[in-house]
Design a protein around this ligand. Structure first.
Ligand code: UD1
Length: 419
C-alpha cells in the first residue's frame, strides 16, 4: 500500500496550480444521466473518486472516456440499467447522487445505501424524504433504496439542515416534476450553483441559484448540453493556502476563484498571515510576525468549510497561543487529532470543540490517514515538522487530491510516494 515520506522544514516557494473541484465534477457526472447524448467535461481532476463515478455510469450502460487534456467524454444515450451496486457506492458516498437523475430519466432506480464513513453515520434521510415529497415511492430492500416515481409532482420541501448532497439529488429529480418545487434551506455551495447552471443549460428552470431557496419550475423535456468546465477546487486551494501559511515563503495558488474562499481568507488574515488577492490567484507571503491563534467554527457556505477544518487545525498548532475550532457540520469529524498529536501537537477535544495549544515544535513520526481532509492536515503538519514523517493509507488522499505530492514538489516540498 502506498505511503508518503515527507522531510519537513523545507520552505515552500513558487506557483501551485489548482485542479477542478471534486465536489463539482461528481454531481455533474451524475447530471450527465439526464443528458441523453454526449457531454465533454473539462478541467476534471484526476482522482479515484472521478474514476469510481465513471465506473458507475459504465455499469449502467454509459460510455466514458478519459482524455489526455484532463477532460472526460460521457455518452449516456444508451444508459439502460438504473442500478448502482453496493461495491461502488460503499467506496464513495457521492455515488448516491445518481438516485435523483435515474428517477427523473427512468421513473425507477435501485441504488445501494452508502453506509457510514470514517467519521460517523452520515445519513441520507433528507435525500429520501425530499424525493418522497415529489411523489417517489421508496422502500429499503436488502441495503438498497428501491425507488419508483413515473409522474413526479412539484412540492414544497424544507430540509431540517442544509445538505449539499440532498439539495443536488432532489434538484435533479424536481426539474422534470409537474409544477413548482421549492427547496427551502437548500445548499448554496459553489458546486451546487454550478450544478444548477448546467441543469438550466439543459433546459431546466431553476431560480434562486446561490441562495438558500431554490424554486424549480418543472419542464417536460430536457435539451442536450455538450460542454462544461468544472469550477476550481476551493478545498484544494484552501489546503494549499494553509500549507503556504504554515511553511511558505512566497507561494501563489493559481487557477482559483478567490471569492469562493472569502471565509478562509478572513481567517488567514485573523491569524496574521499576509494574503494578497489577485483576479484568479492568491499569494501567501511569509513575514517575520507570529501566526496568531484563532477561534473559528465550521458552517455551510459561505462559512468556513468543514472540509478545511483539519488543515486549519494543523496550522493552529503552529500559532502563538490557544485556538479553538468548533465543528458544526459533522460533530465527530476529529479522527485527525490523535494523529496530529503524534507529530507533537497538543490538541484536546471537548464536545465538538477542539482546543489547540499552539506554538509547539513538531517532530516527524509515523502517522495514518483516516479520511481525505485529515490526510491533508497530516501533510501540512509534516511539512512543518523536524525530521521524517511517514503517512500511511494515502489512498484516502488520492480520492480527493489530484497528484498532491507532484504539486507540492514543484514549490519545494520534499514529499515522496513510496510502496
Ligand atoms: C458534501 C461534500 C463533503 C462536505 C459536506 C459538507 C460532496 C461530494 N461532498 O457531502 O465534502 O464535507 O458536503 O459540506 O459534495 N445530513 C443528514 N441527512 C441527510 C443528509 C445530510 O442528517 O440526508 C447531515 C449530515 O450528517 C451533515 C449535514 O447534514 O451533518 C451536511 O451533510 P451534507 O451537506 O449532506 O454532506 P454531503 O453532501 O454528503
Amino acid at each position: 500500500m502506498d505511503y508518503f515520506e515527507i522531510n519537513g522544514l523545507k520552505k515552500l516557494n513558487g506557483i501551485i496550480n489548482v485542479s477542478g473541484a471534486k465536489n463539482a465534477v461528481l454531481p455533474l457526472m451524475a447530471a450527465a444521466i439526464l443528458n441523453k447524448g454526449s457531454l465533454k467535461i473539462s478541467n476534471v481532476p484526476q482522482l479515484s473518486d472521478s474514476i469510481t463515478m465513471s465506473r458507475l455510469l459504465e455499469e449502467m450502460g454509459g460510455k466514458v472516456k478519459f482524455n489526455s487534456d484532463n477532460s472526460i467524454s460521457l455518452d449516456t444515450s444508451e444508459l439502460n440499467k438504473p442500478f448502482a451496486p453496493y461495491d461502488l457506492v460503499k467506496t464513495m458516498r457521492a455515488s448516491f447522487y445518481v438516485l435523483g437523475p435515474l428517477i427523473a430519466r427512468f421513473g425507477e432506480a435501485k441504488v445501494s445505501l452508502p453506509g457510514g464513513c470514517a467519521w460517523g453515520p452520515r445519513p441520507v434521510d433528507f435525500h429520501l424524504s425530499g424525493l418522497e415529497a415529489l411523489g417517489v415511492k421508496i422502500s429499503i430492500e436488502n441495503g438498497y433504496v428501491v425507488a419508483n416515481g413515473k409522474n413526479l409532482i412539484g412540492s414544497e420541501i424544507h430540509f431540517p439542515k442544509i445538505s449539499v448532497g440532498a439539495t443536488g439529488n432532489v434538484l435533479m429529480a424536481a426539474i422534470v416534476a409537474k409544477g413548482t418545487t421549492t427547496i427551502n434551506n437548500a445548499a448554496s455551495e459553489p458546486e451546487i450553483q454550478q450544478l444548477c447552471e448546467i441543469l438550466n443549460q439543459m433546459g431546466a428552470n431553476i431560480s434562486g441559484i446561490g441562495s438558500n431557496t431554490l424554486v424549480i419550475e418543472g419542464v417536460d423535456n430536457l435539451d442536450l448540453v455538450s460542454n462544461v468546465s468544472v469550477i476550481p477546487d476551493r478545498i484544494e486551494a484552501g489546503t494549499f493556502l494553509i500549507a503556504a501559511a504554515a511553511s511558505g515563503e512566497e507561494v501563489e495558488v493559481v487557477n482559483i476563484i478567490p471569492t469562493h474562499l472569502d471565509s478562509v481568507i478572513d481567517c488567514l488574515k485573523e491569524a496574521n498571515i499576509n494574503v494578497i488577492i489577485k483576479k484568479n490567484s492568491i499569494i501567501i507571503k511569509s513575514s517575520k510576525n507570529d501566526i496568531l491563534p484563532t477561534n473559528i467554527e465550521t458552517s455551510e457556505y459561505p462559512g468556513f468549510p468543514t472540509d478545511l477544518q483539519a488543515q486549519w487545525m494543523a496550522l493552529m498548532c503552529l500559532a502563538k497561543g490557544t485556538s479553538t475550532i468548533k465543528e458544526n457540520i459533522y460533530f465527530d469529524r476529529f479522527t485527525h487529532i490523535m494523529e496530529l498529536n503524534r507529530l507533537g501537537c497538543n490538541i484536546k477535544l471537548e464536545d465538538s470543540v477542539a482546543i489547540i495549544e499552539g506554538d509547539k515544535s513538531l517532530v516527524g513520526a509515523d502517522v495514518m490517514s483516516t479520511d481525505i481532509r485529515a490526510s491533508a492536515a497530516l501533510i501540512i503538519a509534516a511539512l512543518s515538522a523536524k525530521g521524517v514523517t511517514k503517512i500511511s493509507r494515502v489512498y484516502h488522499i488520492d480520492r480527493g487530491y489530484d497528484k498532491i505530492e507532484e504539486k507540492l514538489t514543484t514549490i519545494g516540498a520534499e514529499i515522496f510516494r513510496k510502496k
